[in-house]
Design a binder for this molecule. Structure first.
Ligand code: 5AD
Ligand code: SF4
Length: 458
């Protein structure tokens, strides 16, 4: 979501005459996009802002802004903790940035634009204050022009007790299918081969319009018809809404990726109940078996929080067991971090010591890594289709003209593949034969077509 928000804001500012520069030293405007999901993310921002104090003292003409979830959550606190900040903009107010900038530079002083809190008015009024900001797209602002994010849903109404998102991003709202399809068409015309649909609970997508209701399956069917698009991915899913209808639609539409990120968060019913996730492990397993039956080739991944309030060793072992039962492609594991304004912060005690959280984090990661590696090993010798993204992190970047560099890309199931190739292959779909694996990466080589010479009889 944040990568997409940054892309949109940069594109908007470019239309207002700004250009992107290479270093903060050259910039007239420094804008931080921020995350509130865990305390660590917020501390990083405050420490980065702290480093700008001197810069602002020496160059008072530079404008410093904070956008994103932290801006929405902390509001005036940001001005208090970093008094040299000129603008604070919540994620539902990004369209206001150019106007705010004009006001700051014309001497009208600090500017703040945030959306209403969940209890500051009627649901419809609060929802309207969290506007989607999806103006015309600028492919040059994306890491690769052939891959694009497309927001289909904003906000979240699930209110998991640990989570700050329903407060910072506001009520759940599905964008209209007409808007989504027309944006996808523009992206395809601009060269996007792969689009990733974004929403906090993307598979719960619903939109009521004059012609009735569209759900996620209906939306995928409409997007599938767009010429030029080769792959459609979507994140993140909510377990309860992974219906048979949706899974059958994914199975029947070849462009739709059978990669399903469906966070379980915990393997213990007692913990899930305190998290107010709305399902039990029996429900999760029923969903998982539905995926296995309808989409046997799917890759499934998950998120886990370790050390949530009251999590015992026994509860934690149930998360280990769940990973062992589901054999996820990968899992993102987080240590519980108390978030002000959430139900858990108000009603539950953060009673798992820091060291225990860290130890559980390491243990769960080790189990997941072992499983990922074992399952990746089964792919050795197979040929997979990869959308090549560009040089890998390990590629030698010292010589931009080197004939051979390590390239990276992903399979339709979201597996990362590296191989020796050349830069021109970026943006191509290529067949790669897998020779070796680690827990996170498949290592392969370009599959060459065998040329067989046949002698003429006589
Ligand atoms: N502490 C730790 N992890 C969290 N997540 C969300 N809120 C918290 C929190 N307060 C994790 C969840 C979610 C992912 C994006 O971040 O696992 O799926
Ligand atoms: Fe947060 Fe739960 Fe909504 Fe995900 S579903 S964004 S974890 S409240």
């Amino acid at each position: 979501m944040n990568v997409l928000d940054s892309e949109m804001v940069i594109a908007d500012l470019k239309r207002h005459g700004y250009t992107v520069v290479d270093s903060p030293g050259e910039a007239d405007l420094l804008l931080y996009n921020t995350c509130s999901i865990r305390e660590q993310a917020e501390e990083k921002t405050y420490s980065a802002l702290g480093k700008l104090k001197e810069t602002k003292a020496r160059h008072p003409e530079k404008t410093i802004g904070v956008m994103g979830c932290m801006a929405q959550k902390d509001q005036e606190t940001i001005f208090r903790r970093a008094p040299f900040v000129d603008m604070v903009v919540g994620p539902g107010q990004l369209h206001a940035i150019p106007d705010m900038l004009t006001k700051v530079t014309s001497g009208e002083g600090r500017q703040m634009a945030v959306s209403l809190g969940r209890k500051d008015g009627k649901q419809t009024v609060v929802a309207r204050s969290h506007e989607t900001f999806d103006p015309l797209r600028d492919p040059t602002m994306r890491p690769t022009p052939f891959q694009a994010y497309l927001r289909i849903q904003i906000g979240c109404d699930k209110f998991c007790t640990y989570c700050v998102v329903p407060n910072t991003r506001g009520p759940e709202q599905g964008r209209s299918p007409e808007e989504i399809v027309s944006e996808a068409r523009v992206l395809a015309e601009q060269g996007a081969l792969e689009i990733t649909l974004l929403g906090q609970t993307v598979n719960s997508y619903r939109h009521r319009g004059p012609d009735g209701e569209t759900d996620m399956a209906g939306l995928l069917e409409r997007l599938h018809d767009i010429d030029g698009l080769k792959r459609i991915k979507f994140v993140t899913n909510y377990p309860k809404d992974m219906t048979a209808r949706l899974l059958e639609t994914i199975r029947d539409l070849p462009k739709v990726s059978p990669y399903l990120h469906v966070p379980a968060q915990s393997g213990s019913d007692a913990v899930l109940k305190r998290m107010k996730r709305g399902y039990t492990i029996a429900d999760y397993m029923e969903m998982f078996e539905r995926i296995e039956t309808i989409l046997p080739e799917a890759s499934v991944s998950s998120d886990f929080i370790v050390g949530f309030c009251g999590e015992t060793d026994e509860d934690f072992q149930k998360s280990v067991k769940l990973i062992e039962r589901c054999r996820f492609k990968n899992s993102f594991i987080f240590q519980y971090s108390v978030r002000e304004g959430t139900k858990a912060a108000a009603n539950l005690i953060d009673d798992v010591p820091r060291e225990v959280k860290a130890a559980r984090n390491n243990e769960l990661l080790a189990v997941q890594d072992r499983i990922s590696k074992e399952d990746n090993q089964k792919l050795i010798g197979d040929t997979v289709e990869v959308l090549v993204e560009g040089p890998s992190k390990k590629a030698d970047r010292s010589d931009p003209d080197a004939p051979v560099v390590q390239m990276t890309g992903r399979t339709i199931c979201d597996r990362i593949v590296v191989f020796d190739g050349n830069r021109r292959q970026a943006g191509q779909l290529m067949d790669i034969q897998i020779d070796d694996v680690s827990s996170h990466t498949l290592i392969g080589r370009v599959k060459t077509v065998e040329v067989v010479s046949l002698g003429m009889p006589g």
